[in-house]
Design a protein around this ligand. Structure first.
Ligand code: CO
Length: 262
């Protein structure tokens, strides 16, 4: 009880301070929000979204989970993303990782931690995609620091492949995507300069039809015109892009060019 009383006391002091600065502060806040940023960060208590970005209430929409993952089937993340993009119309979306991330360290080990192992498997996938580069780093701490960066880069890619972002990028106010890493040891945020066109060469895999088409299909279904699946014989489906001889076999980007993911 003592601990929660301290929280309530702190809150009362904060209210007093805010009102002393601006007696209309809370009335203004109550009118609504129009944040410009969406922050997707780690739940780690040492990475407070507002404090490290110098933003105040009303300025940043926030989603946090262990190891700042963008998982395509995470309804929580998808709901936050859709609301931020389509309703709030945020201008910048940042995935913010941090060096010294316990989730990343746990994923890099082969220890079992329980239910969370299944969440952390998404980071093991990042290791698999970049294994050549990862194994080349001999120093354990440097390896983990690089994995934190690679994880952020892959989460930006995951963002870019959602239909929410694909639709938004075709709209009139496309949000900018960023990958940042926060260093707990000195408090500095670093921009990994992840290219937002990072998935362009893979759109034959990740690309989804425009929202207009989805609407037409929905209307057809409503009108009883259910689209028929094409049989292989009459299918005229062709690969969107023919493979070339020197194509990269996987998403893995070249070692030695760590931040060039486009
Ligand atoms: Co973390």
């Amino acid at each position: 009880m003592k601990e929660i009383k301290a929280i309530i006391d702190n809150n009362r002091k904060w209210v007093e301070t805010k009102l002393a600065e601006d007696s209309e502060y809370f009335n203004k806040m109550a009118k609504g929000q129009k944040p410009k940023y969406l922050f997707i960060g780690c739940s780690d208590s040492r990475v407070p979204a507002s404090a490290i970005t110098g933003t105040g209430p009303g300025e940043m929409f926030v989603h946090r989970n262990i190891a700042n993952l963008v998982v395509h089937s995470d309804m929580n993340l998808l709901a936050v993303l859709q609301y931020a993009v389509e309703v709030l119309e945020v201008e910048d979306i940042m995935v913010v990782g941090h060096y010294g991330c316990g989730g990343v360290a746990a994923a890099a080990s082969n220890k079992q931690y329980g239910l969370i192992d299944n969440w952390l498997t998404h980071i093991k996938d990042v290791v698999r995609l970049h294994e050549t580069e990862f194994l080349r780093i001999r120093d354990k701490e440097q390896q983990l620091r690089r994995l934190v960066e690679l994880n952020v880069i892959e989460q930006v890619r995951n963002l870019a492949s959602t239909n929410i972002i694909q639709n938004a990028l075709k709209g009139s106010k496309p949000p900018r995507l960023h990958g940042l890493v926060y260093d707990i040891r000195d408090g500095l945020l670093h921009d990994l300069e992840v290219q937002t066109n990072t998935l362009d060469e893979f759109m034959h895999i990740y690309g989804v039809e425009a929202a207009e088409h989805a609407k037409e299909v929905a209307e057809d279904i409503q009108d009883g015109k259910v689209p028929q699946a094409q049989s292989p014989e009459n299918s005229e489906n062709k690969p969107a892009r023919k493979l070339k001889k020197d194509d990269e076999p996987s998403l893995m980007h070249k070692a030695g060019q760590p931040l060039q993911v486009s």
